[in-house]
Design a protein around this ligand. Structure first.
Ligand SMILES: [Zn+2]
Ligand SMILES: [Zn+2]
Length: 832
């Protein structure tokens, strides 16, 4: 998870509104003269939405007609004509900061659209109709426009209206507390004119060109689908101040709510003991580490005094901050624990599935629940929040019911990021669903910390629209309050993910297909059909893949981006490039084409690696780094640039480059000479009963029959998993025979296993155990074994490898995933 360090960390607002479905009403004169000329066909989507609303909800439409008649709908309002201002932006005489900001955004974008700068003035100074009334104003009240307002700790009051009354246009929403309703009214109005903010920065902005802006009669009231809407755009990657400002602007324009100040970020448990001297005076309230020392960053969860001090801290805080809605605390990152006897005895010992082993849930939530119960006596309407992360992902088994003021941020890092919640072929997402279903049954306030796109550091597109369009409506139905999504500031990875997320966070009923279509038309012009085809081909390839990946894992792209998928993607890009495009669309197609070529270079790298062409694989990784630098030079928003702040982003590809270079150095480079590349396909045999060693399966002819397996991919990806994606686990054997040249005689010989997913590893050569790592050998690092005395030059040799794996958990992968080879080290070579 992590502590937000950059991205959206404003201490500002929190907004919201969940359970009520978004209501959108809008009307337009369908047969009237098309009064807004838009080169970008800006109002198309608005009109379409109106039509579908009218066709499906005649009752609403009739009611609206009645409303129009009652108010005397009036004529169209002209904001700009022939590039000249024809209206003014009017705020209250003493507008809220939010309304002032909204007026500024409106002025800025109307000017960008039309060249006309509307004057911003106050309602005392401008009383004649023909105004755009921004925010809560006496004038709007006089016109009987009901604007969302007020605030309770249920956070149910957010919303906005966009309405014409006579010759005035009202853009206003709730500005109480930290609500941004008026700003969102302006954003949504600009969106109806055709403005889009697809990605942070100039590259992602679409502004139509209109010499005339005429507003037809409209009456639109909306409430958000989720109370908490936030994307931590940069994720845990560092970014510059300038980038941070760009992300914040993007978040604002895409109707994010910001978050309450008090969220359960990692390590926030320390806020419960603000007085550092307590470690001296009350050491017993702090957790014990394994060595029996008190630790300052975690509390003893079974110590009554720890509860008392926590309650005192929180009640003091609420007394001093009457407008505070929440107090939140969570243990530090990692798998925290108190190793005191009393605490350890209270851990029931459930674990597995990568949710922490053992689960701390019973201890932690009992502590949090006690604190919440006591705080509630004085502050029944405030929320105590904590997180369900790492070793607290499971629900506690020993708590019958929770204090009604306790809320949770569920952060399931060990869930596949390729598949939607509940995907029947993905046990991780099925487990996720079971957890969310139970949390939302038990607690009122549940919000989600999720990972989009997961840790996609390979820099490949990681499309999640197929998940978003299922998951957000699902979570909305479960009554989830909202999101803190850990993002990733590389457009080439996330593409439209964040934008679509933002749209659905506001209105969960939005049609994702329609959003994508609109994006393709606005962004790629005459290449819209090609790019739309490209995007959905990629989405479907991920959605239908039967491999799985979680945060921080290498994604097995070669099994997702198969040759037929690549062929279809190539075709779509080629078609787009052949079109006669305008300059902007041409540039954008070029960028996507570069991203596509970068992806293919990655696949070429993997192919070279699987062929044992290690030098070529390393060179292709280096080429990928160059391609990213080229993209960053086109626009720094496309991918984090290559300077020091972005080391982490580069690290995975640099790691590919360096590891493969190390293999190349062994097999025909500065450190040695290749003697034999062992076959790519070996014999394979699971050993669930653990009898292989006694039966000597490491010898030819033993343990028959055997299956065949490719050693360049872990076994789950080769079909060794059930229909839910649960892989074969426990022990399994690999065995092969190969001819060793007589030239190898009298030379030092090393057997190198490229890489093995394992929790225990044993290697035999010609019937003799030559290496053992009973706990684990690092799953990504080559294993070098001196076999000079064990191989027989000029004869057929047998190599057998026994691999152990744990039950399916966070990283359910087993077995060899890189080639095995024999080489002769040069004397005094330093291995890399
Ligand atoms: Zn303890
Ligand atoms: Zn999956």
């Amino acid at each position: 998870m992590g502590t937000p360090s950059c991205g959206r960390t404003r201490s500002r607002r929190t907004t919201t509104w969940p359970m009520c479905s978004t209501t959108t009403t809008c009307r337009s004169r369908r047969r009237g003269r098309r009064s807004v000329r838009s080169r970008a066909a800006s109002l198309m989507s608005f009109e379409r939405r109106s039509r579908s609303l009218l066709s499906t909800r005649p009752a609403i439409f009739m009611a609206l007609l009645a409303g129009i008649a009652a108010r005397g709908a009036g004529a169209d309002l002209l904001l700009v004509d022939r590039g000249e201002p024809r209206s003014v932006i009017v705020t209250a005489d003493a507008p809220s900061p939010s309304a002032r900001k909204a007026a500024g955004v409106l002025q800025e974008y109307i000017e960008k659209i039309s060249g006309a700068r509307l004057r911003v003035t106050t309602e005392s100074a401008s009383t004649a109709p023909g105004r755009v009334l921004v925010g809560h104003t006496a004038a709007a009240r006089k016109l009987n426009v009901e604007i969302p307002s007020g605030f309770t700790t249920k956070l149910n009051e957010e919303g906005f209206v966009i309405r014409t009354v006579g010759q005035d246009l009202i853009l206003a929403g709730n500005e109480d507390w930290r609500y941004r309703g008026t700003e969102i009214a302006v954003n949504k109005f600009l969106e109806s004119l055709g403005c889009r903010w697809y990605f942070a920065g100039d590259y992602g902005e679409v502004v139509p060109t209109l010499r005339r802006i005429r507003v037809r009669p409209v009456d639109r009231t909306e409430r958000p689908s989720f109370r908490l809407r936030n994307i931590w755009y940069s994720g845990w990657m560092t970014c510059t101040e300038e980038e941070h400002a760009r992300f914040v602007k993007w978040c604002d324009l895409n109707n994010m709510s910001g978050m309450p100040r008090r969220l359960p970020y990692d390590g926030s448990v320390k806020k419960l003991v603000p007085d550092a001297s307590l470690l001296e005076s009350h050491p017993h309230i702090f957790a014990l580490d394994k060595q029996g020392n008190r630790v300052p960053d975690m509390l003893c969860m079974t110590e009554p005094d720890a509860v008392k001090i926590a309650v005192r801290t929180i009640t003091d805080y609420f007394r001093e901050h009457p407008d505070a809605v929440t107090f939140a605390f969570a243990p530090p990152d990692g798998h925290p624990m108190c190793h005191g006897e009393r605490c350890l005895a209270a851990v029931p010992g459930f674990g597995g599935k990568g949710y922490g082993d053992p689960s701390l849930s019973d201890l932690w939530f009992r502590f949090a629940n006690k604190v919440a119960t006591k705080v509630r006596k004085e502050f029944p309407d405030r929320w105590i929040l904590t997180n369900g992360y790492a070793n607290r992902v499971r629900l506690p088994e020993g708590i019958g019911s929770f204090s009604p003021n306790l809320g949770i941020q569920s952060a399931v890092i060990a869930a596949c990021t390729l598949h939607r919640i509940g995907d029947p072929a993905c046990w991780q997402r099925r487990s996720y669903r079971k957890l969310i279903d139970r949390w939302t049954e038990q607690l009122d306030w549940v919000f989600i910390y999720d990972y989009d796109p997961g840790k996609g550091l390979d820099g490949l597109p990681f499309p999640t629209l197929h998940c978003i369009r299922h998951d957000l409506p699902y979570l909305h139905r479960r009554g989830v309050w909202g999101f803190w999504t850990e993002g990733n500031n590389g457009w080439m990875i996330t593409h439209l993910n964040h934008y679509v997320r933002a749209r659905l966070m506001w209105n969960v009923n939005e049609d994702v297909g329609q959003i994508v279509r609109d994006y393709c038309e606005k962004f790629y012009g005459r290449a819209a059909d090609d790019i739309e085809r490209y995007m959905w081909k990629l989405e479907h390839a991920v959605e239908r893949s039967r491999v799985h990946t979680t945060w921080g894992r290498l994604t097995p792209w070669k099994h997702i981006l198969t040759s037929d998928v690549i062929e279809a993607l190539d075709g779509a890009i080629a078609d787009a490039e052949r079109r006669n495009l305008e300059a902007d669309a041409r540039r954008r197609v070029d960028v996507l084409s570069r991203v596509h070529r970068h992806m293919k270079t990655y696949l070429d790298m993997v192919t070279a690696l699987d062929d044992g062409a290690f030098r070529q694989a390393s060179d292709l990784a280096a080429r990928m780094l160059e391609m990213r630098d080229e993209l960053a030079r086109i626009d720094p928003s496309l991918i984090p640039h290559t300077g020091p702040p972005y080391r982490e982003f580069r690290s995975t590809t640099e790691w590919h480059r360096d590891v493969y270079q190390g293999l190349a150095d062994r097999a025909g480079g500065k450190n040695g000479e290749l003697i034999a590349m062992l076959p790519r396909r070996w014999q394979f045999k699971p050993d669930a009963k653990d009898v292989g060693v006694l039966d000597r399966w490491y010898l030819p002819g033993r343990g028959e029959p055997w299956e065949r397996i490719d050693v360049t991919t872990y076994w789950e990806a080769q079909g060794h998993q059930d229909a839910e994606g649960f892989g074969t686990w426990g022990k399994a054997w690999y065995r092969t025979r190969f001819q060793l040249s007589a030239d190898a005689a009298d030379r030092p010989l090393t057997l190198t296993l490229g890489a093995v997913y394992n929790r225990g590893l044993w290697v035999w050569v010609n019937g003799v155990l030559v290496a053992h790592h009973p706990e684990k050998h690092d799953v990504r690092t080559p294993l070098d074994i001196d076999v000079t005395r064990h191989l027989n030059p000029g004869r057929v040799n047998t190599v057998a490898i026994l691999v152990n794996t744990p039950p399916p958990g966070r990283n359910p992968r087993g077995g060899l995933h890189r080639r095995v080879f024999v080489w002769s080290p040069r004397s005094s070579s330093g291995l890399r």
